[in-house]
Design a protein around this ligand. Structure first.
Ligand code: GLU
Length: 303
């Protein structure tokens, strides 16, 4: 695909649950380089939808870290916590299409009756024909069907799911009143006019759900590139839960070079002695998607 002549807008969308680590830097650098090497714009969006998981000060800390690493974004930073009205309007559109239903199954009931597939537990649609009496709190689920939802990832190739069988009807509004990531990400990528999404392959499984929602809401589907997810020596994704080390803002260059190595970009050894500006200039000019290992997960200590 020739991307040179299309207008490119990309983003990095961290959840401000803690400081950035090597795994988040891979997604930030990959999305930034892909955008800048196509003369594109690059935005930052804070996915702070889930207040109990948001850490105080984490959003500011993430922005300061991006600046210290020379990852300069365009425009205003969007915060999902401001966007409730847009998510509510999208739910209303789906309700009018008769595609939403309330569900008051407990976690336990779902787990007991669900079928397990490679994408997790598949809800069997028990509440499609009505909820159980006596419980007030309920989530809103989206009806799925078995059409193949299919896309071609720029790195990992063709990927498709039959949502009803492989994922099940999924939650868009949680029983605690919070909007689900799948809804918010689709509404916001469209609102911000994102043309190209570059993010970790831990979200590859979610992409067919997002494309399905885009089609129902009459929104465009961007192009997708899922980067290998950095895992520790136990094969776990680096995250706050797996105690990933925070980035050191005093020493951006060696950490950026590790990311380029990790993404197979083969930076020349003498780049280690240069400035951040020279680093970015080399990295943007030489960004090569075909050199990225086409894998869903890779150990963080590679090579
Ligand atoms: N907020 C998600 C995360 O931090 C990323 C979502 C996305 O890029 O679509 O893992």
């Amino acid at each position: 695909m020739d991307l040179q002549n299309t207008s490119y807008r990309g983003r990095f969308a961290p959840s401000p649950t803690g400081p950035l680590h090597f795994g988040s830097l891979v997604a930030a650098v990959g999305s930034y380089l892909d955008a800048r090497s196509h003369q594109g714009e690059w935005y930052v969006r804070m996915e702070d939808l889930d207040p109990p998981r948001v850490a105080a000060g984490a959003a500011d800390d993430i922005l300061r870290t991006l600046e210290a690493f020379g990852l300069h974004w365009d425009g205003q930073v969007m915060f999902q916590s401001w966007r409730g009205e847009a998510y509510r309007a999208a739910l209303e559109t789906l309700r009018q299409l008769d595609l939403l239903y309330p569900c008051n199954c407990s976690r336990r009931e779902i787990a007991d009756s669900a079928l397990e597939t490679s994408t997790g537990l598949v809800y069997q649609g028990q509440c499609r024909s009505g909820m159980q009496a006596g419980r007030v709190r309920h989530a809103l689920r989206l009806k799925t069907d078995n059409t193949l939802v299919f896309f071609s990832d720029r790195l990992l190739g063709e990927y498709g799911q039959r949502l009803e069988t492989e994922v099940g009807d999924f939650v868009l509004l949680r029983a605690d009143g919070l909007y689900a990531y799948q809804l918010a990400v689709v509404v916001d990528d469209a609102e911000q006019g994102m043309s190209h999404i570059v993010r970790g392959a831990d979200i590859l499984d979610s992409t067919p759900r997002q494309i399905y929602l885009q089609r129902l809401l009459n929104l465009p589907t961007p192009s997708y590139l899922h980067l290998p997810v950095a895992v520790n020596d136990r094969g776990e994704k680096l995250s706050k839960q797996t105690l990933a080390t925070a980035l050191d803002i005093a020493k951006p260059l060696p950490q950026l070079l590790n990311v380029l190595d990790y993404l197979g970009q083969e930076p020349p050894p003498d780049l280690a002695g240069t400035t951040l500006e020279d680093f970015w200039s080399w990295a943007i000019t030489n960004w090569a998607v075909h050199k990225i290992p086409p894998q869903r997960a890779l150990p963080a200590d590679r090579p």
